[in-house]
Design a protein around this ligand. Sequence first.
Ligand code: 0RA
Length: 649
Amino acid sequence: MSDKKEEFNKHNYSADSIQALEGMEHVRMRPSMYIGDVGVRGLHHLVYEVVDNSIDEALAGHCNNITVIINEDNSITTEDDGRGIPVDLHKKEGISALEVVMTKIGAGGKFDKDSYKVSGGLHGVGVSCVNALSEHLKATVYRDGKIWEQEYERGKSLYPVKAIGDTDKRGTIVTFRPDTTIFTQTIEYNYDTLASRMRELAYLNKGITIHLVDKRATKEDGSFEGETFHSKEGLKEFIKFLDGNREPLMKDVIAFEGEKNGVPVEVAMIYNTSYAENLHSYVNNINTHEGGTHLSGFRRGLTHTLKKFADGSGMLDKLKFDIAGDDFREGLTAIISVKVQEPQFEGQTKTKLGNREVSASVSQAVSEMLTDYLEEHPDDAKTIVQKVILAAQARHAAQKAREMVQRKTVMSIGGLPGKLSDCSEQDPAKCEVYLVEGDSAGGTAKQGRDRAFQAILPLRGKILNVEKAMTHKVFENEEIKNIFTALGVTIGTEEDSKALNLSKLRYHKIVIMCDADIDGSHIETLILTFFFRYMKELIENGHIYIATPPLYLVKRGAKKQYAWNDEERAAIIEDFGEGAKIQRYKGLGEMNAEQLWDTTMNPEFRTLRQIHIDNGVEADRVFSMLMGDEVPPRREFIEKNAVYANIDA
Ligand code: 0RA
């Protein structure tokens, strides 16, 4: 909100002129206020916004099938078999209701007070916003025996709603092409990003069928690439998909759903042999990364119920140490989904539920339903209590290791790891640290860097796979201790033993620099897994980057140029002509300090890939798969995704 004010002041808008601005024009002028950003995320958000309307129609019980098509020109078509957007005259506006929905900001749900409308996108801005940000949009409605149509350009209708034929079907089709003058970076849709979200929506709203079709890609048999997402059992199946790469401690997923004080609550959970806590929470189909009152309600209900069971079981009688809240969640993967009529979203990314009343509703619902479940499944109850005891034991060991990490950090300069070559600048906002694979590349980086603001921390070989290690092993690991102390990050506060303390973060850019080969990408993944599991906020706050060293050096006489992929290499060879010589860099070690600086470390010329978490649940699944025991899915994923995988082929 304060951003908004600043923006306006900067441009000298008065309050009057803001009001005078037509809503649709305001969306075009300040798109980020409505869809978050105008990059790749915002682009995909347009699709979610339209699909959310169809999901609402399905939640109201009127729609079973939703189809999303990525067309060849990157326009998007969504189609549903709902009631169709009303087309009759809207009395107040004097135009068709369809035109009101499409061209008036905030008109979205006003027609339909009875329907259970809880979806509505991260920003809940409605389909008119998508229209405003599209160079062209066509709405087709099948309703009342007729096919109705209206088209728009940049949010302005091109003609009044007209009937173009007869039909006995019902439904809504929207085709839009994002405006390239707004989405200047790209309008290319990413299939996997859309697929993850559609899969997630299918799990969160069981019974709905969502088809995704990519008309940009044809299969061998001539049909288009695509997938169909449908879940009969909802969250229960979501857990199986998400946790499939971990070893379960119980035969079946624990799942229950109910309603308390008007708040529908759905939970699915399972305990596995890992030591991580994986809680994912949703409000109205939106992933609440920052948690909130529903999640704290879940935690409270879970702890309360399990404690009661553990105490009653007599299994704790001889225990010499206390059991803490955390112990009940070690090795727990859970998804909690609630529907809230008027959600208040707070926090940095507006993904934290603020509604106070929801906490008690969820806590009571979980206590009651989990108690019933455990009474009916005593074996599961026993398994959980055993796991909790082990967790408490491990926590005591971990506590000691953790205290050692902390004591070292507090000692400031004296405590910095010996392998760290620090920079001279003191302001963390201006400082960078390179985490470099291997001592030898670390040496080159140390020579090549600008020591004023760039620090180097060499890491030895493969760092610990935290996905499979017990917490105290992680904190005892030398390389990981070095990362903690070098970054100035500590763990554990008075209230929360797992909370990160980032107030003394010493570098705002943390750059992972590995060889551009299979081993390098494996090490990169190991380091990312560590950050994802132990310092997720650093990723969420945009501090984590990956360096991109070049793959080739092309030379001819005095001319030389670097290439980052095969296409670039070919273009340079073509440009240089006969006699061009190619050197392929097999690792960072083959570059000298100057080359490393020029290509990979100099802020003027380097490309850093900033790491984002697009979809928290999918990231969790992918890391558990990449770093887990099962080799086949990992190989398949790497073959599909790693740019490096086919270099040697
Ligand atoms: C308002 C009222 C009614 C349906 C919708 C909106 C509606 C909107 C969208 C957007 C995409 N698909 C949609 N399907 C339906 C229902 C009014 C009625 O029939 O009583």
